[in-house]
Ligand binder design. Structure first.
Ligand code: NAP
Length: 281
């Protein structure tokens, strides 16, 4: 699979396999194994998905050399200090059964309990410092953030020694966070697209269906092609082996400029971009 180059020179496969809601145990294990067999080399999990152990077992059982894989996990909202971040990282690594990680992300910028007096700013600065130290110790190949809007990134950059390599946000046809996209492009922060199928909503959309029909492809495949042509890194999730495999057949599509615009602007998706400053966790 082709790679993007992160701002620290590390290569990252241009598409990753999403695992949110893949249940710990057989479901997450079999889905991850099916993905690796189908050709995915980049897996996205998180401590809060509670499936790191099953994902890690599938990675091991796939027999694919570790250096051919790119594994991401994320630090949850209950982690507030430097020491807690070091411990959370060690716990994730233990569950995954890995001795180094490719990408570690702060999952959300603004935990609910830290909104008063902007306490989240200090928290992000602290956990970021821990992540930078883990990076400098050679335990992580790249560090980044998720669900950060420009004002969260600006606050982080006041004390950061390293610019985040990645910002993983919700991006899909019909969900385009222009301000965050522009900010990240200006700062050489790669955008990863979570929910690249609008968390399933795109499959009912007649406008996306029309574009898919025009190219003789599925809705899933054109949604991923759109993401790639925008320069995003999509993270499609499925626990269904046939979908896991067919979703990968998106690399031979070249959407024309008009269709890129049509997809960017489709309406009718109920679930838009989340407001990280108002999430209930
Ligand atoms: N950083 C964050 O805060 C954050 C938030 C959300 C997600 N993420 C990451 O991004 C990944 C993707 O987002 P997501 O899981 O929310 O949503 P998504 O990938 O947009 O959509 C997943 C849904 O699409 C279905 N699907 C997949 N391929 C299909 C196909 N070819 N035809 C029909 N249906 C298909 C899946 O069903 P089946 O599984 O039943 O096949 C599932 O219901 C996550 O798994 C996670 O790794 C990150």
């Amino acid at each position: 699979m082709k790679e993007y180059l992160l701002n620290n020179g590390v290569g990252i496969p241009v598409l990753g396999f999403g695992t949110w809601k893949a249940k710990d145990g057989e479901e997450a294990y079999q889905a991850t194994l099916a993905a690796l067999k189908a050709g995915y080399r980049h897996i996205d999990t998180a401590a809060i998905y509670k499936n790191e152990e099953s994902v890690g077992r599938a990675i091991k059982d796939s027999g694919i050399p570790r250096e051919e894989l790119f594994i991401t996990t994320k630090l949850w909202n209950d982690i507030h200090t430097y020491e807690e971040a070091q411990e959370a990282f060690a716990a994730s690594m233990k569950r995954l059964g890995l001795d180094y990680l490719d990408l570690y992300l702060i999952h959300w910028p603004n935990p609910k309990s830290l909104r008063e007096n902007d306490a989240w700013k200090k928290r992000n600065a602290e956990v970021w410092r821990a992540m930078e130290d883990l990076y400098n110790a050679g335990k992580i190949r790249a560090i980044g953030v998720s669900n950060f809007l420009p004002h969260h990134l600006e606050a982080l950059l006041e004390t950061a020694r390293m610019t985040p390599a990645v910002n993983q946000i919700r991006l899909a046809p019909g969900v385009y966070q222009a301000e965050a996209v522009d900010f990240c492009r200006e700062h050489d922060i790669l955008l990863e697209a979570w929910g690249p199928f609008g968390q399933g909503e795109l499959f009912q959309n007649p406008d996306v269906q029309a574009v898919a029909d025009k190219y003789g492809k599925t809705i899933a495949q054109v949604a991923l092609a759109w993401s790639l042509q925008e320069g995003f890194l999509p993270l499609p999730k499925s626990v269904t082996p046939s979908r896991i495999a067919s979703n990968l057949e998106c690399f031979d599509i070249e959407l024309d400029t008009a269709d890129l615009e049509v997809l960017k602007n489709i309406s009718g998706l109920a679930g838009g971009a989340p407001n990280p400053d108002a999430m209930d966790f």
